[in-house]
Design a protein around this ligand. Structure first.
Ligand SMILES: C[S@@+](CC[C@H](N)C(=O)[O-])C[C@H]1O[C@@H](n2cnc3c(N)ncnc32)[C@H](O)[C@@H]1O
Length: 188
């Protein structure tokens, strides 16, 4: 059994309970191309199971993943997980005040970091984290370089769980070497 299927088995009850709210939040964000319901359920289950005290959401976009992490964090109130969501644009605050106005409580769990994430002082923040979830959903060679050479090494003392979309990896591989069949398999 893979680690992910074990997580799903453990979190099945929570997933059934939360599925309607997860769908409602995704509908409110209104950007299904960037996170499907299935992917959102996986992120939610993994977050509950890993109970991280820090989540790095690399690429806010319209805010699908940040919203799902916030929903999970609201369920993990005893952990007080902090979610840092990164984007060049102030998109989280915009989404929160418009699309997510019926889910304003999600804002209590999310700290948006606006600007180029490759310039963020990850080492400083990661020093104080015990368990970190990283969702790598921003494309490009510079982001990949930051993740691989700064974020992951700075997390070395923490329990790290990272999830990357294949499109983020594909963009990286396209710059570094020709992608192989094996390196690109997996869900989008
Ligand atoms: C695929 S979208 C993220 C989708 C989002 N995770 C979701 O679930 O809806 C990628 C985002 O990463 C942002 N991004 C790309 N490179 C970045 C960088 N160097 N610093 C900050 N944000 C970046 C883009 O502006 C874009 O909004």
């Amino acid at each position: 059994m893979t680690a992910l299927s074990a997580i799903i088995r453990r979190q099945l009850g929570e997933l059934e309970r939360a599925a309607p709210q997860i769908r409602a939040v995704l509908n409110a964000v209104g950007d299904p191309a960037n996170l499907t319901v299935g992917q959102a359920l996986l992120l939610y289950a993994a977050t509950l199971d890993l109970a991280p005290d820090l989540i790095l959401d690399l690429g806010t976009g319209k805010g699908n993943s940040a919203s799902i992490f916030a929903l999970a964090a609201s369920r993990l109130a005893h952990i007080r997980s902090e979610i840092l969501t990164f984007d060049m644009l102030p998109s989280w605050n915009e989404t929160l005040t418009t699309r997510l106005k019926d889910f304003r409580f999600l804002g209590d769990y999310v700290r948006p970091v606006v600007g180029d994430l490759t310039r963020f002082a990850f080492g400083e923040r990661l020093k104080h984290a015990n368990s970190v979830v990283i969702f790598w959903d921003a494309h490009g060679f510079d982001v990949a370089e930051a993740v691989l050479t700064r974020v992951l090494p700075a997390s070395a003392a923490s329990a790290i769980s990272s999830f990357a979309t294949t499109s983020a990896m594909r963009a990286t591989l396209a710059r570094s070497s020709p992608p192989t069949e094996a390196s690109l398999c997996g869900a989008e």
